[in-house]
Design a protein around this ligand. Sequence first.
Ligand code: NAD
Length: 491
Amino acid sequence: MSPSNTKTVDSVVIGAGPGGYVAAIRLAQLGHSVVCVEREAIGGVCLNWGCIPSKAMIAASSLVESIQHADVMGITAKDVSVDMGKMKDWKDGIVKRLTGGIGELFKRYGVTSLKGDAVFTGPDTVQVKSSDGTTTLKAKQILVATGASTVQLPGMTVDGKRFFSAKEALELTEPPEHFLVIGGGIVGCEIGTYMAKLGSKVTIVELGEGILAGNDPDCIKVVQRNMKKRKIDVLVKSKVKSVTGSGKNAEAVIETPKGEKKIPASAVLVAVGFSPNTKGLGLEKANVKLDERGHVLVDDQCRTSNKNVFAIGDVIGPPYLAHKASKEGMVAAEVMAGKDVTLDVKAMPGAIFTDPEIATVGLDEAAAKAAGHEVKVGSFPFAANGRALAGSHPDGFVKMVGDAQDDTLLGVQIVGYDASNLISEGALAIEMGATVSDVGLTVHPHPTLGETFMEAAHVVEGHAIHIFVPGAAQTAKKANPKSAPNSATAR
Ligand code: NAD
């Protein structure tokens, strides 16, 4: 585009993260002329500095650890060395491949990609400033998909030298000797764990009562036990008061319930949450209303207080999840293209890439009770699953929560190897209104981790085969013929 020009299109999408790029492609598929504006890089935080690069580093660091502990399998690898710079280059290659793929899809679907900073100048107009000049875009509809950014702490501004957000931490080419993590949420626990695997001495400082707040306490216990094995120190109800000095002399003073503690801290990760990217967007010029925390308010079609402006993803509020943004992007695009659809998601899964992973969907026991359900709960351990043991992954379990009255599957919580991949079965089951018996009756291939899912359903029903369930024999005798046993459908 030439400097300072005006263009009229069907739709403008602001932000090319997993919400915005998905919406832009879907809009193009539905026949819209679309411009997708992005100030940094196509793919947003997820592809460039979040989900994907962190999973690459997590995979690489886990491989290092597996090699170091492979002697139990009779494998001794001598002199394992890590070139974290090369690891980073490999990670960058994956990012490049994925973001390049989205760029290619934009071209093939006819989405115009425009690099620059977009600001609303009216209810149907945005101005985009870039190094090439200023472009004014007039559109029938505009979609805000600007995401969220790391919350900063006073006096600890992220500089990529001492204070890091996830983005800068992923660029490190050496594991810091002493890695101090402020915030025991998802980012802190994921990055803290992989740095420990690469050799850092990690300390996590969490202000609240415990790490990974909001998750099933039994799942958190398994992750904590494994953090302890990796010598990760977790200080809860604690706060970092100051960080002084640099390099080997860097020291953090931490307020803990037992008094002040001083620890070395060569690098500090600030991971205390996200806040929405709505400042400076000129949303007031488009009459778009925000909530008290700065999130854009939307209805169940992702429509804002301006009927021609839509918003999706982190900018409309938590949970801040890429797959939630993508789902909302699909819905918003279809509404913008004239389809009468709404956001109607029963089950929004979540996955935390600690070691082992935690993955959840639906209600946990406490939430199900709070919602008024009479619940029945069962857990099946990975330690009783052949495939988990054959892969040397004995930690964890699948917990299933069902409604005691009508057998509806209400929720699944998994902690264990590959939980993030296993949870989709739970999402599908809940979305389709499956009962616990439906899951138990479904044949799962052997030997797979997926069998833990089926067996957790059997535990809920009181008749698991591969673990001893007290009272199982009596349960079988008294079984209601309508509640089918696991091996056959009741006639
Ligand atoms: P978070 O909200 O998950 O956790 C932040 C933690 O920091 C909380 O436990 C909070 O109590 C603590 N905290 C706040 N102020 C503190 C202080 N001064 N000192 C010590 N602790 C303090 O935030 P996050 O981990 O930064 O992640 C940001 C968002 O991104 C989250 O909503 C998360 O869901 C999302 N995310 C998800 C994934 C995933 O799904 N795998 C991965 C990365 C990020």
